[in-house]
Design a protein around this ligand. Structure first.
Ligand SMILES: *Cc1c(COP(=O)(O)O)cnc(C)c1O
Length: 429
């Protein structure tokens, strides 16, 4: 089931009052659910022991999934590091207390300013996306990670694409040269990263990824006398967006990945730490978009107009993604008629649902759009002058906290307010 019964039980009784107090629309996140998932992740990988005193597993939350400092602080309390790929995300991770090896910087098409930001403020674990970047890092850190793209050896999925077509990572035939070049520039500690799929609910795909990384580590390790400190299997763990979807079997991944690491240890007398950088799995099911029905239109179809639009949630318009919808206080039944749930943006793909059977919706009803806790608010935008909504946190103590205010028209105009400035041909640069 999409949103958990526990989250519903915590949220739904309070929702009319929350909507009254804060106004709609808003994303609201469930602190208890986020903490529970972080604990489940720790438990699933608890059997993996590290080489020395360190734990053998760590999650680096993919900041792009839910870049809110309040959420990052909760995840840090739960022991997570952060995976960043922009200067703003580095700043968010550091503002949440992440330092040094708590942060991975997994950029691609990396710019000089990004290298500088990654090295600043105590640095971070640098994850290089290409052979050519090994020479471009201004100062090679002691610990360096490379992103591996296996090419035709693996299938990707619809969101990330076929590895051969994907823009990410170092190709198989370049990998030895890349690590050798990093060694020549002074790197002494090494990691290997990959990210091949997104929203994958079959845990066996992730087991294959761990196996692939361990095989590569064994091959490169033997060729260059490297003991890899960690492998990073990327994110991409899927969540059930549809009621009939099976959940990801986290426990099975923990057991089978643990067995692969154990076998690696027997062959090599050491074992790299297992890292993961999940976004969606950590927060996706623990957020919902709450929006009010404001118009109903019956033409060739029935359209339910709500007060949020795709500026708050792009996934349905962008990927045709399914997000489950509840009409607060109304139970689905066999007589429900299909409707399109639409925003007010002048694009016909501004629809949260298409021909979805819903109980009869009246103006003023609250609609709860599930699973917006990852890649929801974060993907928002301002096209057509639409503004991004506020974000709220349903705390474990039952209180509700505003953790991002709604955008205002003044925010929209902020980049249009500046000192007049011109350049003419012939003028000095
Ligand atoms: C987007 C992204 C993630 C997180 O992906 P999820 O599908 O949300 O788990 C992790 N790592 C990298 C490099 C990414 O780009």
């Amino acid at each position: 089931m999409p949103m958990s019964a526990a989250f519903q039980a915590r949220l739904f009784p309070l929702l009319p009052q929350i909507a009254e107090h804060f106004g709609t629309p808003f994303h609201i996140y469930d602190e208890a659910g986020i903490r529970a998932t972080a604990r489940q992740l720790q438990a699933a990988f608890a059997g993996i022991s590290g080489s020395e005193s360190e734990s053998g597993f760590r999650e680096y939350f993919a900041v792009k999934a839910l870049p809110n400092p309040r959420i990052l602080a909760i995840l840090r309390e739960m022991g997570c590091g952060f995976d960043c790929s922009s200067i703003a995300e580095l700043r968010l991770a550091r503002a949440a207390g992440g330092r040094g090896e708590d942060i991975m910087f997994t950029s691609n098409n990396t710019a000089p300013e990004e290298f500088a930001a990654a090295a600043a403020e105590g640095g971070c674990i640098l994850n290089l996306d290409d052979l050519s970047l090994v020479a471009k890092v201004p100062e090679m850190p002691e610990l360096i990670c490379l992103r591996y793209n296996p090419g035709p050896a693996r299938d990707g999925n619809s969101i990330i694409g076929n590895p051969v077509e994907a823009k990410y990572g170092v190709a198989h035939h370049q990998l030895l040269d890349a690590f050798r070049a990093a060694q020549a520039r002074g790197a002494r500690r090494f990691g290997l990263h990959t990210m091949l799929a997104s929203n994958e609910r079959d845990y066996r795909y992730m087991v294959e990824t761990v196996k692939m990384l361990l095989d590569v580590v064994e091959w490169v390790g033997a060729a260059l006398s490297i003991r890899f400190e960690f492998i990073n299997m990327g994110g991409g763990l899927g969540i059930p967006y549809r009621p009939e979807d099976a959940p990801f079997d986290l426990a099975a991944l923990g057991v089978e990945a643990g067995a692969l690491l154990e076998q690696f240890f027997r062959r090599n007398a050491y074992v790299p730490r297992l890292c993961m950088e999940s976004g969606r799995y950590m927060t996706g099911p623990h957020g919902v978009l709450v929006t009010r029905a404001i118009n109903r239109k019956d033409t060739y179809r029935t359209f339910i107009g709500v007060d949020a639009c795709m500026s708050a949630l792009m996934r349905p318009g962008m990927y045709g993604a399914y997000h489950h919808i509840d009409v607060l206080g109304k139970t689905p039944g066999p007589d429900d008629l299909p409707v399109d749930v639409v925003g007010s943006l002048c694009e016909n793909n501004d629809k949260f649902a298409i021909q979805r059977p819903l109980p009869p919706v009246a103006d003023g009803d609250l609609l709860v759009i599930h699973d917006t806790g990852a890649h929801g608010s974060a993907m928002g935008f301002n096209y057509n002058g639409k503004l991004r909504p506020q974000e709220l946190l349903l705390r474990e103590d039952g209180g509700v906290e505003l953790i991002r205010r709604a955008e205002t028209v003044e925010d929209y105009f902020a980049t249009l307010n500046f000192a007049p400035r011109q350049w003419r041909p012939g003028q000095q640069i």
